[in-house]
Design a protein around this ligand. Structure first.
Ligand SMILES: C[S@@+](CC[C@H](N)C(=O)[O-])C[C@H]1O[C@@H](n2cnc3c(N)ncnc32)[C@H](O)[C@@H]1O
Length: 230
């Protein structure tokens, strides 16, 4: 991957202005979690960045422990600051999430994977789902919020649609920031269709797969994958 996430400020501008829908995503996840029995939750956040969605959920959840994994040290510095004023047990891993998943032998109630799986190769995405499944407790839930191809869309079509959308809607960004974001998207975005995720999820054993939310820009979506019937 490029070094876009080593300069966290540009991504932060995108998140703060709601360009990737973090508020809508957190609200949808919360509605689902409020239907579960309340207990101390063990949460794993893959490609956590500065954990915007987790911090939006936090006031409403009982958290036992949070673990965040990200390969960007800059993101984890910002996240450490965010945790400083909070009374939450947390542990951060500056590591590739595939390495983390392949070596971790504990289990979680909730796994978040926010806007990170599209950086993995086709085969890695499936393997990531497989490993995440095994890191979930029975009745555990994985939430994937990310970018997805529209049915039948090629990557090139997706890229021109995203860049056009970004240039006409992300008004708070400077020309330099838009250039950096555009270069990152062009070099590092490898989305798949929701249907591909659905097939992989069934194959690795998830019992329930639901699409919970879609952004104003329709390629931003939230999927819920449940382990076990509930
Ligand atoms: C678009 S940001 C998303 C951050 C956060 N999850 C959110 O929803 O705002 C993508 C994050 O995934 C991280 N990332 C991408 N590929 C990764 C990998 N293979 N292992 C660990 N972190 C990765 C990047 O460093 C970056 O912080």
């Amino acid at each position: 991957m490029d070094n876009f996430f080593q300069q966290w400020r540009t991504y932060r501008t995108i998140v703060t202005h709601g360009y990737m829908g973090h508020k809508g995503i957190a609200d949808s996840i919360l509605r689902q979690l409020q239907q579960r029995p309340q207990q101390g939750l063990d949460i794993l956040d893959l490609g956590c960045g500065d954990a915007e969605v987790f911090f939006r959920l936090l006031p409403e959840l009982t958290v036992n422990a949070y673990k965040g994994v990200d390969s960007s040290a800059a993101a984890l510095d910002v996240l450490t600051e965010r945790f400083n004023s909070r009374d939450v047990t947390f542990q951060l891993y500056c590591q590739d999430m595939m390495d983390f998943l392949s070596s971790y032998d504990g289990q979680f109630d909730i796994i978040l994977a926010g806007f990170c799986m599209h950086h993995l190769s086709f085969d890695e995405k499936k393997r990531c789902l497989q490993m995440a499944y095994h890191c979930l407790r029975e009745h555990g839930v994985m939430f994937i919020y990310d970018i997805f191809l529209q049915p039948g869309e090629s990557r090139d079509q997706y890229l021109s649609r995203y860049l056009a959308y970004m240039h006409s809607n992300w008004e708070a960004m400077s020309t330099l920031e838009l250039e950096a974001a555009g270069a990152h998207i062009t070099g590092c975005d490898f989305p798949e269709e929701v249907e591909v995720f659905r097939q992989w999820s069934e194959a690795v054993g998830f019992e329930q797969i639901r699409s919970l939310w879609e952004g104003e820009w329709h390629s931003h979506k939230l999927l819920q994958l449940k382990r076990g019937e509930s």
